[in-house]
Design a protein around this ligand. Structure first.
Ligand code: AMP
Ligand code: GLY
Length: 432
């Protein structure tokens, strides 16, 4: 890479994750112009995206959303000679849960016990098996659509009726179309959920700080699942457990990278296994092949080194010098999502957002713009489910949380929704 001339970087994606990437890259002397995704660009149309890349010809593209990766954007952009950060279609295992399970079985990577189905009657019979009732008489099973469902294809079920309904929704009503025609049914695990992200060059990796996602809409992890209502980095449960961190690298991250390379689909990009740390050790719930959202918004603000170098090297097909962890400050970052009225089912747009200028002045907080746009009078209005991601930094969780909440407190829009307990999760596991 020619490091004398700052690079023009295009970031594909319109959410808080992409805003955080842009915030981080803007601090790099290696980066010149950063091109956002224009609101008119339809990211579900790969041909349009490629044409846009041809027309604007950036030095490098970073891909945010999984849909583009699974659709093969990386393969297509490489063919037109532009560097791109992300896995090829073959390596983008996020696209099929079945592929993920079979991959983990082949490589001995720990995961929940799982069975794959492509017939409704078999799936339903299997869900009725008393095997799913544990010794305390609790039913627990997870039904997952095989394909991408914008984060909505996973049903964590506590009764047979719930499981049956989930199977019906996917396989009979086909509410998610092709994506739900095959399902994975797996045991419901208990433990501490961990997000692990690493920038991978096909063989070596730069590990980003472990982080924690808050997926449910309401305080106390209640209510429907969302794209993520908040996050914390570094992960509080792992902070003083170096042996557990090593176990995650040795049992999950390294064998995943080696397994994909061995299968002739080396992974280049951000690999993000979502996992559950159980009494039997860490197990993979899902592979993501991109930066996590909202984890990225919590992780990047505490990283002290310039990560553009490794990103550019990986995008150019070059190698990292060695596998290591990214340098980060002895700080905590707490991210609070502010979501629009009706989120996640029917997010409402067009509500006026007030107080941004004051929020942006809160010391040690960063306001990442996500689902918002400007109206004809140049006022900010809501335009999506998660409107803003507010990141607070501090020496510990209470101070980081206070900084985030102070900024949140300045912002107002109609029927806004946010959680007040980000950073406060204390399961029975955390105290062990
Ligand atoms: P996934 O999209 O597979 O990461 O699943 C979404 C969420 O569902 C996860 O973040 C977990 O909270 C939950 N989940 C998925 N699989 C399981 C499982 N086997 N046991 C318990 N919870 C799960
Ligand atoms: N935070 C969950 C995800 O990015 O999939």
């Amino acid at each position: 890479m020619n490091i004398e001339r700052p690079k023009t970087v295009m970031i594909l994606g319109k959410g808080g994750r992409e805003a955080a990437l842009q915030w981080k890259l803007r601090q790099s002397p290696l980066v010149g112009n950063i091109m956002n995704t224009p609101s008119s660009l339809d990211l579900s149309n790969t041909d349009h995206v490629i044409q846009y890349a041809k027309d604007t010809n950036p030095d490098m593209i970073i891909v945010g959303p999984e849909e583009l990766l699974v659709a093969g954007i990386v393969d297509a952009v490489q063919r037109i000679g532009i560097d791109i950060f992300g896995p090829t279609r073959a390596a983008a295992i996020e696209g099929s849960k079945t592929d993920q399970i079979l991959f983990m079985q082949r490589h001995g990577i720990p995961h929940p016990r799982s069975v794959l189905f492509d017939r409704f009657d078999n799936a339903r019979r299997f869900a009725a098996n008393p095997l799913w009732v544990d010794r305390t008489d609790h039913y627990g099973l997870v039904v997952k659509a095989d394909g991408l469902c914008k984060g909505k294809g996973v049903f964590v079920c506590s009764t047979y009726d719930e499981a049956n309904e989930a199977i019906e929704c996917l396989m009979v009503k086909e509410e998610f179309g092709e994506a739900g025609k095959r399902v994975v049914i797996q045991e419901k695990l208990e433990g501490v959920e961990v997000s692990c992200m690493a920038l991978v060059d096909g063989e070596r990796f730069l590990l980003l700080p472990f982080s924690e996602d808050y997926k449910q809409l309401f305080d106390g992890d209640c209510g429907p699942n969302t794209g993520g209502m908040g996050s914390v980095a570094p992960h509080p449960f792992l902070a003083d457990r170096p042996e557990l961190q090593d176990e995650i690298l040795n049992k999950i991250l390294r064998p995943t990278i080696a397994g994909l390379a061995h299968e002739g689909r080396p992974f280049r990009g951000c690999l993000y296994p979502g996992m559950m740390v159980t009494v039997d050790g860490p197990k993979v719930l899902e592979y993501n092949v991109r930066f996590g959202d909202p984890e990225t918004e919590a992780v990047l603000p505490i990283i002290s080194e310039d990560i553009f170098g490794p990103i550019a090297a990986i995008a150019a097909g070059q190698r990292l010098q060695m596998s290591r962890a990214a340098w980060y400050r002895p700080e905590v970052c707490v991210v609070v999502a502010m979501a629009s009225s009706g989120y996640p089912e029917h997010p409402r747009g067009g509500d006026l957002i007030e107080g941004l200028d004051l929020a942006e002045k809160v010391y040690s907080a960063i306001v990442f713009h996500a689902g918002m746009t400007q109206n004809a009078a140049n006022q900010w209005i809501t335009d999506g489910g998660r409107v803003l991601m507010v990141a607070g930094r501090g020496r510990d969780i209470p101070s980081a949380r206070a900084n985030a909440m102070n900024a949140v407190g300045e912002i107002r829009f109609a029927n806004m929704q946010f959680r007040r307990d980000i950073g406060l999760r204390r399961s029975k596991w955390h105290s062990k």
